[in-house]
Design a protein around this ligand. Structure first.
Ligand code: PMV
Length: 316
């Protein structure tokens, strides 16, 4: 029996290290980002399914191109469960700006899938959820590494290598991370294809850059274990330089990175696909994070979030 109303939720993610190189089998580190939340509600109704999500409110089957992965995964779930795509409406609310490298597409899919299984009263296991979110991510990105799916499903910090068993990664650093939004939509699919083109055109240097990014992720894992935040900041700066050479940074990202470093941050880099999206900045105290966050807002950032990195809040 269908319920009157059902819910599903999901949180976003931040890639700390290893975006792009993770597509080529190198390790990456990603952490959940609970400030970014998606909540899906499903209501009983009559007739064709209506979708209310971001800027769109209308028939699900007529939703524009940008919702094609969501449309496809909803249709797939309904078919897999032997149900009908009618007599319910889907309402998706998000505190994650879309296309900002915070894993919005995977989180939207995960929350909708969870809500649909809840609506049809079917237990959802993590393997099924993973394969359904991946189905949606393939439509969005073409050839995703799977890191967004893994973190959105597991909601735990991960040291991730494509195709390898997931390694949950204990994360406890006496430091703060600012996430600042460039206000520009990231272009993950395009950025991934740009990196591929760079590697095709410059095979030797491309290989070096990808391997160096991977090495920075494995170094960062060790650095985080040893709680060496200054070293982590340096690794982030090095990663940003390599990502810049791979042509996935842009002027807005470079400017927010520069503002961060000029104002005393330990390190700063783009996160996610790049070419827009968000920048992350590592700070040693909360006081410094607040001050740098304000400076970023005065210098072009459209929004900022501050998160502690697994330790209790300090009062400094
Ligand atoms: O832009 P996002 O949050 O979807 O992150 C993309 C990360 C990449 O490494 C660039 C692509 C991937 O599939 O891992």
């Amino acid at each position: 029996m269908d319920k009157k109303i059902s819910y599903g939720s999901a949180i976003g993610k931040i890639i700390l290290m290893g975006e792009h190189s993770v597509v080529y089998g190198e390790p990456a580190i990603a952490i959940p980002f609970p400030s970014a939340k998606i909540k899906t509600s499903i209501y009983k109704s009559n007739g064709d399914t209506v979708l209310n999500c971001f800027s769109y409110n209308g028939a699900l089957l007529e939703a524009p191109e940008e919702f094609s992965e969501l449309k496809s995964v909803i249709k797939k779930v309904v078919e897999d469960l032997d149900e009908k795509l009618k007599d319910f409406n889907i309402d998706i609310k998000s505190t994650i700006p879309s296309e900002r490298g915070m894993g919005s597409s995977a989180a939207v899919a995960a929350s909708a899938i969870r809500a649909l299984y809840d609506y049809f009263d079917i237990r959802l296991d993590n393997n099924t959820l993973t394969s359904l979110v991946n189905f949606s991510e393939i439509i969005v990105h073409g050839n995703p590494s799977g890191i967004d799916t893994a973190i959105v499903v597991g909601e735990k910090p991960l040291y991730y290598i494509k195709g390898k068993p997931l390694e949950v990664f204990k994360f406890k650093l006496d430091a703060y991370l600012i996430v600042s939004d460039t206000g520009e939509k990231g272009m993950t699919k395009f950025a991934v294809s740009k990196v591929r083109k760079f590697i095709e055109d410059n095979p030797a240097r491309g290989k070096e850059l990808i391997e160096s990014l991977g090495k920075l992720s494995s170094d960062a894992k060790k650095i985080i274990k040893e709680e060496k935040i200054i070293e982590l900041g340096k690794a982030m700066n090095n990663a940003q330089n390599l990502l810049k050479e791979l042509r996935v940074s842009n002027e807005t990202i470079d400017s927010l990175v520069r503002v961060s470093i000029d104002n005393g941050a330990l390190g700063s880099k783009l996160t996610g696909g790049g070419l827009g999206g968000c920048v992350i900045t590592l700070c040693s105290t909360k006081k410094e994070a607040i001050s740098i966050s304000n400076t970023l807002l005065n210098n072009g950032a459209k929004n900022t979030w501050i998160s502690n990195m697994g330790v209790e809040e300090d009062e400094s």
